[in-house]
Design a protein around this ligand. Structure first.
Ligand code: PMV
Length: 315
């Protein structure tokens, strides 16, 4: 038996633009998905979670919300030539479909747990790559940011096709608050919607993508020198750019302006938009005021501590 966990993430800057090669910054947060894998003598994979019950996968059976977990296990089984069956238990504290990278964290933890159970040594790069292959089945054109953050943890500067850099940033003076609009959305269809808009108005939107890249570069310097007022302003500008791409909505704007009026340094959509979560960057001393204001209008408010720890095998 082996047990592994991986953190969720929030995108601080650059979502959507990252799909087309612009840089993005994401933070691993200390809310984790935990997966336990146990070998058995059968020739099937059984996947169980508290919310979704238990499903037996045999042969080519596809589909269902637990299918990606099976797929992650199958990738390790194929890689290692394992013959045994598996029982997999998923326990996740990461809210699903909320832009917090829950599917990638589960995929990363599953790959690590199954590799542990079959006694295969896998590198972090291999874990991240296999989880990306699972994400490709679940999401439309994933950039790879979610599996990277879930694998490596910390604060990550990511650029599609060029890998990532771990940033050495001291975030102690600030807090990241997440507030849920309660509006459901699908990352895949929002990504497609944005790509269609970009194709239709490429002459107009190309310069927006250039601005998004410049914004992230500027924000990385500000983060590195601890200039959080600048980071906050850039967070606000980033939200404006996302709004231009058509991924905001009335509920999200309400949450964003609530956070700003309560004194947040900056607030924006985080993740695909259309619903889901907003992120507010706040001074540590001001976080309670922002949380209180958001609690009046959001369905859920989370103060998310950044996690230095990526994927880890648990004992
Ligand atoms: O809402 P989420 O966490 O699924 O965020 C998706 C982020 C996008 O940039 C919109 C897509 C991607 O794969 O990077």
């Amino acid at each position: 038996m082996a047990r592994a966990s991986a953190p969720g993430k929030v995108i601080l800057l650059g979502e959507h633009f990252v799909v087309e090669g612009c840089p993005a910054v994401a933070l691993a947060i200390d809310v984790r998905a935990c997966v336990t894998a146990t070998l058995h003598g059968g020739d099937y994979v059984e996947v169980a979670s508290q919310e979704l019950g238990s499903v037996k996968f045999e042969g080519e059976r596809e589909g269902g919300p637990l299918y990606p977990v099976y797929l992650a296990a199958k990738k390790v089984i194929e890689l290692t030539g394992t013959r045994a069956g598996l029982r997999i238990k998923v326990e996740s504290d990461i809210p699903p479909a909320a832009g917090m990278g829950s599917s990638a964290a589960v995929a990363v933890a599953t790959v690590a747990a199954v590799a542990g159970a079959v006694g295969a040594a896998v590198s972090l790069d291999e874990i991240s790559e296999l989880a990306y292959k699972v994400e490709e089945v679940v999401h439309e054109r994933p950039s790879g940011i979610d599996n990277t953050v879930a694998t490596y943890g910390g604060v990550i500067l990511f650029r599609r096709g060029q890998g990532f850099t771990k940033l050495d940033v001291k975030l102690e003076p600030v807090r990241v608050v997440l507030a849920d609009s309660g509006v459901p959305r699908s990352t895949g269809s929002l990504v497609v919607k944005v790509l269609k808009l970009k194709a239709k108005y490429s002459g107009v939107l190309n310069s927006l993508y250039q601005s998004a890249s410049a914004l992230v570069e500027e924000a990385v310097h500000a983060l590195q020198r601890g200039d959080f007022e600048t980071v906050g302003e850039l967070v606000n500008i980033n939200h404006g750019l996302l709004s231009s791409l058509g991924v905001s909505c009335l509920r999200l704007e309400e949450l964003i302006y609530t956070a700003r009026e309560a004194g947040a340094l900056g607030a924006k959509i985080t993740g695909a938009g259309g619903g889901g979560m907003i992120l507010a960057l706040c001074w540590k001393d001001n976080v309670e005021e922002v949380v209180r204001a958001l609690e009046r209008v959001a369905t859920r408010v989370i103060t998310a501590p950044v996690s230095a720890r990526g994927v880890a095998w648990e004992t």
